[in-house]
Design a protein around this ligand. Structure first.
Ligand SMILES: [Fe+2]
Length: 527
C-alpha cells in the first residue's frame, strides 16, 4: 500500500480510459477530486505528513457524445505550490511541516513575531465544492480558498476570508441548504479571543468569473470557545431544517501557539492539544431566531473529521458523526509511517448517532432520559448543573472514513451512508461500504487485496424517486504497480459494479485524493 504515497507528476495530454462493462447512458459530466500529490521537494527534503503534500486535482470527464472517459491531473497553482517549486522548501506552515524562510521576501518582512491569518497556507488538499452552478472552490483549513476552472484545472482566484467576512480558519465542508438557497459554513478567529462564527452565503444563481460569491459571506452569529486559550479543530459541522450544529471536539488548537507557529518554526500539528478528559460539546444555532440555543450538550471526549448528516424528529436533533476515541489517525498519516507500510491506528472510526433534545429547557425533566425516539438507543440526561449529557449509539461496524450520502437528503431523515475503508486493516479493508442504518445492515464492494476504493460520490439517476436510486462513483487506487487504477461505477441500490474505467498509469498520474465533486454536464462552465 505504500506505493499509494509516491509523488505524482503532470502529463501534457488527457488520458483515455478503458471502459469495462456498461456505463449508464445518462452519466455525463465531470468528477473533480483533490488531495496531496507531492511530498518530495528535492533529494534532501520531504514533507512530514500526508496532509502537507502539494494539492493536486484530477478530473474525469464522462463524454457520452464521444463515448469515452478522459482523465487529467494537475497541481493547483497556489502560492504554497509556487514557493515549493521555486525554493524546494515550504514557506507556509503546513499541517506537519514547519515553514521555511521565504528567500524571495525582503529581510524586514521576514522579521515578525506572529502570523496574520492570510499567511496561513493555501495548499488546498482538503475538499472541493461548488457555489451556484459555476463557482468551484478548493479548500483546506485556512482563510485562503482557491476558485478553480474545472475544465483546465487552472487556479482562477484566491479568496481571503480573513478580509471579509473576517474568519481566520474555515471548515473544509460548507453545507448547502438547497431549500433556503444558502450555504452555511463555520469559521474561527484566534487573535482577538477564541471565537466560532457561523456564516451564511447566499446562493444567487450565476456567478461572476472575476468575483466570488464567497465575498458575500456574512457572519450571522459568533460565540466563544469553551476554552480560554484554545479552540476546537473543526473540519465539518451539521445542519438541519432549523438548526446549525457546531461540534466542539476534544482535539484543540492552542491559539497562542498557532499565532506564533511560523516565527517559532512549528507546524500546525505542534499547535494541537488532545484533551480526552475534556468533554466534546455540541453548540446549536437556531436559524429561526438567529441565536444560539441555551442548551449545553456534552458527551465523552472524541476526535472526529466528518459529520455524516443530521435531521429533526419530535423536537430532537438526530446527529450522526464518524468519530474516534483518540486522534491516533493523525500520527498514522505521517509520511514515515505511510511509506513504511505502517497503517495500524490506536482507534478506529465509529459511526455514532447522538440525539439532542432541543425543546424548551424549562419543560425538560432532570436526571431522566430525554430521548423519545423509540428506535434510538442514544440517551440525553439533563443534570442539576443544567448540562445535557449525551451517550451515542453506534450505527454500524468500526473502521471507515469519507462518509457520504445522497446530497438531496442533507439535513433530512435518511437511511444510507456510503463509506470507504481506505487505509483500514479490518472489516472494511480494500472495500467501500453501503450502510443501511435503519436495518443495521451493510454491503461492501471489494475488487482485490491490492485495490483501495476511496470516497463514494453519489449521483442520482434522472428522475430518481428513492434515496439509493443512482450510482456511486469511487476512485480505486492500485498498490500493485503492474495494475492500473480505475473508477468503479456501482449501482447504489445493489452495490454491484456496473462498469469500470481503467487508466494507464503511464498516461496519467492519479493522486491519493481525499474528496471529490460531481459536476453534471450543465454545471461545467465554459470559461
Ligand atoms: Fe473531509
Amino acid at each position: 500500500m505504500q506505493n499509494l504515497f509516491r509523488d505524482n507528476k503532470e502529463f501534457e495530454k488527457d488520458a483515455l480510459g478503458k471502459i469495462i462493462g456498461e456505463l449508464p447512458s445518462w452519466l455525463s459530466g465531470t468528477l473533480v477530486r483533490t488531495g496531496p500529490g507531492k511530498w518530495d521537494l528535492d533529494e534532501e527534503f520531504s514533507m512530514n505528513h500526508f496532509y502537507d503534500g502539494c494539492a493536486m486535482m484530477v478530473r474525469f470527464e464522462f463524454d457520452q457524445k464521444e463515448k469515452c472517459v478522459r482523465a487529467r491531473s494537475r497541481f493547483l497553482n497556489s502560492d504554497a505550490y509556487r514557493k515549493c517549486c521555486e525554493q524546494k522548501r515550504p514557506v507556509y506552515t503546513e499541517f506537519g511541516t514547519q515553514a521555511h524562510t521565504d528567500h524571495s521576501r525582503g529581510l524586514i518582512s521576514r522579521v515578525f513575531t506572529r502570523i496574520v491569518p492570510s499567511d496561513l497556507t493555501d495548499n488546498e488538499i482538503a475538499n472541493i465544492y461548488k457555489i451556484n452552478d459555476d463557482e468551484i472552490y478548493m479548500t483546506t483549513e485556512s482563510c485562503n480558498i482557491w476558485k478553480i476552472d474545472p475544465n483546465n484545472l487552472d487556479g482562477l482566484l484566491k479568496i481571503n476570508l480573513d478580509k471579509k467576512p473576517g474568519v481566520a480558519i474555515c471548515c473544509s465542508h460548507p453545507i448547502l441548504s438547497e431549500d433556503e438557497r444558502v450555504m452555511y459554513n463555520v469559521g474561527t478567529t484566534f487573535l482577538t479571543g477564541m471565537k466560532y462564527h457561523i456564516m451564511r452565503i447566499p446562493i444567487d444563481g450565476k456567478g461572476d468569473k472575476q468575483k466570488s460569491t464567497l465575498e458575500n459571506s456574512q457572519i450571522i452569529c459568533s460565540f466563544n470557545s469553551s476554552y480560554k486559550g484554545s479552540f476546537s479543530y473543526n473540519h465539518s459541522f451539521a445542519i438541519t431544517k432549523n438548526f446549525v450544529i457546531v461540534i466542539e471536539q476534544s482535539l484543540l488548537i492552542n491559539g497562542l501557539k498557532l499565532a506564533t507557529c511560523t516565527p517559532k518554526g512549528k507546524s500546525l500539528e505542534d499547535c494541537l492539544e488532545w484533551c480526552p478528559d475534556q468533554p466534546s460539546h455540541f453548540h446549536v444555532f437556531d436559524k429561526r431566531s438567529n441565536t444560539m440555543t441555551k442548551h449545553k450538550f456534552e458527551t465523552k471526549g472524541f476526535f472526529y473529521f466528518h459529520s455524516i448528516n443530521a435531521y429533526e424528529e419530535d423536537d430532537q436533533i438526530v446527529l450522526d458523526i464518524l468519530n474516534y476515541d483518540d486522534h491516533g489517525l493523525l500520527e498514522t498519516l505521517r509520511m514515515k509511517n505511510l511509506r513504511a507500510g505502517k497503517f495500524e491506528t490506536t482507534s478506529k472510526s465509529k459511526p455514532v448517532r447522538y440525539v439532542l433534545p432541543v425543546r424548551d429547557l424549562k419543560l425538560m425533566r432532570k436526571n431522566e432520559n430525554l430521548v423519545t425516539i423509540e428506535t434510538s438507543q442514544s440517551t440525553a440526561i439533563l443534570n442539576d448543573k443544567g448540562i445535557i449529557t449525551l451517550e451515542g449509539e453506534q450505527l454500524g461496524p468500526s473502521g471507515s472514513e469519507m462518509p457520504t450520502i445522497n446530497p438531496k437528503y442533507v439535513g433530512k431523515p435518511y437511511n444510507f451512508i456510503y463509506a470507504s475503508g481506505f487505509l483500514e486493516t479490518g472489516y472494511y479493508e480494500n472495500a467501500i461500504a453501503k450502510l443501511d442504518i435503519k436495518k443495521n445492515e451493510n454491503v461492501i464492494y471489494k475488487h482485490s487485496s491490492t485495490t483501495y476504493p476511496g470516497e463514494g460520490v453519489f449521483i442520482a439517476s434522472p428522475n430518481s424517486e428513492t434515496e439509493d436510486d443512482g450510482i456511486i462513483l469511487t476512485l480505486c487506487l492500485e498498490s500493485d504497480l503492474e495494475k492500473n487504477p480505475f473508477l468503479a461505477v456501482l449501482d447504489a441500490k445493489s452495490f454491484k459494479e456496473l462498469a469500470r474505467v481503467e487508466f494507464d498509469r503511464r498516461e496519467v498520474s492519479i493522486p491519493t485524493t481525499i474528496h471529490g465533486l460531481w459536476l453534471p454536464n450543465k454545471d461545467v462552465p465554459v470559461v
